[in-house]
Write a protein that binds this ligand. Structure first.
Ligand code: CO
Length: 141
């Protein structure tokens, strides 16, 4: 089921400050334009790495789910990891059959890359919030 690591999600109080960190400290040369995902209460910016991406996530609006995370981690921090799967519904059903909890209704929604995603509850993944992204052609971003 599990495919390539697509990205690591990092919550931050400031996308601009985080982009500067990845650029100035680590030498990341390509940060995409930030964009809003109002339905999910987040502002997102992808930073390209040679083999993956960092997804910077800033709260958007009062009801953003990121506010709680930043309350516990005021400087931001690692929020989730995203793995590619070829078939999101098959992955969801296989996980449920093994007893794992899918967040929300379990119906895939369209994520920041414009592809179907689900999240696996961290209680079933050793404390790690895992995003699965349908990427039919493995390796495509
Ligand atoms: Co993500």
């Amino acid at each position: 089921m599990i495919g390539r690591l697509n990205h690591v999600g990092v919550a931050t109080p400031s996308i601009e400050a985080s982009v500067a960190l990845y650029r100035d400290l680590l030498g990341a040369t390509k940060a995409h334009e930030p964009f809003d995902l109002p339905a999910q209460g987040v502002r997102v910016c992808f930073v390209d790495l040679p083999n993956s991406q960092i997804e910077l996530i800033e709260p958007l609006g009062d009801g953003s789910p990121i506010h709680g995370f930043l309350a516990k981690n005021p400087k931001g921090g690692q929020h989730h990891v995203c793995f590619e799967v070829e078939d999101i519904l098959a992955a969801r059903d296989a996980l449920r059959a093994k007893g794992a909890t899918i967040l929300g209704t379990g119906e895939p929604r369209i994520g920041a890359h414009g592809t179907p995603i689900i999240f696996v509850h961290p209680k079933d993944m050793g404390g790690v919030l895992v995003e699965l992204m349908e990427t039919p052609k493995q390796g495509a971003h």
